[in-house]
Ligand binder design. Structure first.
Ligand SMILES: *[C@@H]1O[C@H](CO)[C@@H](O)[C@H](O)[C@H]1NC(C)=O
Length: 376
């Protein structure tokens, strides 16, 4: 009798301890019931858990002709002592240098784990020529698209950014279902991005390892993107490559807030006009608002998944052409039709800054100690 009463009491208090959350989640690693404040996704990277993280396999270059091939190889992604390393390396080490300008790289495989994940922009096969070499860098990009998708919550990633010229690390999220249409209509949440250059100035301001930025992308078309209204940077003269920091997102039905080490970087709290008004798209007559039947947070009122990657270069302007200073010049122009070749030909300048031969290339790696997501 006593045992039964105690059991009942424990059951009751457990039951009342769970306040249902407005956070929702799905995927193989999403909890079935979600209590307010609960940790709903976590990885401490004591192993590279491929039940949680899927490698993207593509030469696509992020839609902006970045210079890397995202592959599944322990040279480029591995867990060691509770840290995830995403580490760039040279393709020529594997294929020989001539292959870059005269080989054919087809990355489509037959096994489920070997399928090319993004065919856009010749993402599954590239043919090298002297003008247009095959992506010369190998790197890694991991995502939770099948395992954990969520709407609203708090994210914290404890990470150290890589150092090395033209390296572009990112911790970010993409919409699971494109509920409002293709990019950027369904949004993009960039929790943090930085540049690996230790000494890159833009208009005299350090935009390399001393800077980390957070951005929302949203808009009715790729040319109408409101990101300038939702972009913040923070400078740290010690460099984000010299220590671990907590990169944080708070995402609620009222606002989206980015912080680093609990210090707010910026937030968006749209009014009743939502992101349509926030982005100023109401000033463009004749364009239909894809979010008109969503909430005021639309497109950020649908599920997103987490992405961790290390990219290199690219021509969309993350590495600007004008008014920049780097100890060695930027090797490619963003309008060059031979950008990857130009980059590769200048490797005597950038490769030494990557320190790949020192400490197993850990300086050039993005290092992630943990990823945690809590329900609101
Ligand atoms: C993994 O990467 C290393 C270094 O680039 C390379 O030598 C090796 O062949 C790769 N493995 C596979 C299976 O592609």
């Amino acid at each position: 009798m006593w045992a039964a009463l105690v059991g009942l009491a424990a059951f009751v208090s457990l039951g009342t301890a769970c306040t249902p959350s407005i956070t929702t989640a799905s995927g193989t690693h999403a909890p079935v019931t979600i209590c307010s404040g609960e940790l709903i996704f976590a990885d401490d990277f004591y192993e590279l858990d491929l039940e949680k993280w899927q490698h993207e396999l593509t030469l696509s270059g992020g839609g902006n002709w970045e210079f890397q091939w995202y592959n599944n190889n322990r040279t480029n992604s591995f867990a060691h002592d509770g840290i995830l390393f995403l580490r760039p390396s040279l393709l020529s080490e594997q294929t020989g240098e001539a292959f870059l300008s005269n080989g054919v790289l087809n990355i489509e495989g037959g096994a489920p784990a070997d399928r090319c994940t993004n065919a856009a922009f010749f993402g599954c096969e590239r043919t090298g020529s002297p003008q247009n070499i095959i992506n010369p860098i190998k790197s890694a990009r991991l995502r939770t698209v099948d395992t954990f998708r969520f709407r609203y919550g708090r994210v914290e990633v404890f990470a150290k950014m890589p150092a090395g010229d033209w390296i572009w690390p990112a911790i970010w999220m993409m919409p699971s279902h494109n509920a409002y249409g293709t990019w950027p209509s369904s949004g993009e949440i960039d929790i943090t991005e930085s540049r690996g250059n230790r000494n890159l100035l833009h208009h005299g301001v350090h935009i390399g390892t001393h800077e980390a930025g957070s951005t929302l992308h949203y808009g009715p078309s790729p040319t109408l993107n409101g990101w300038e209204h939702a972009h913040w940077v923070r400078r740290n003269p010690a460099g984000y490559d010299t220590g671990f920091h907590r990169y944080q997102l708070e995402w609620t039905p009222d606002y989206i807030k980015f912080s680093i080490d609990d210090v707010e970087l910026g937030r968006v709290q749209p009014g009743n006009g939502g992101f349509w008004e926030h982005g100023g798209f109401n000033r463009h007559p004749g364009i239909e608002n894809p979010w008109r039947y969503g909430s005021k947070m639309a497109p950020f009122d649908e599920k997103f998944y987490i992405i961790l990657n290390v990219a290199v270069g690219g021509t969309q302007g993350f590495f600007p052409d004008d008014n920049i200073y780097n100890p060695t010049p930027k090797p490619w122009s963003n309008i060059s039709p031979t950008a990857a070749t130009d980059f590769w030909n200048a490797r005597h300048n950038w490769l030494p800054t990557w320190n790949l031969n020192h400490n197993d290339g850990k300086d050039a790696s993005m290092q992630v100690d943990y990823v945690r997501v809590w329900a609101l």
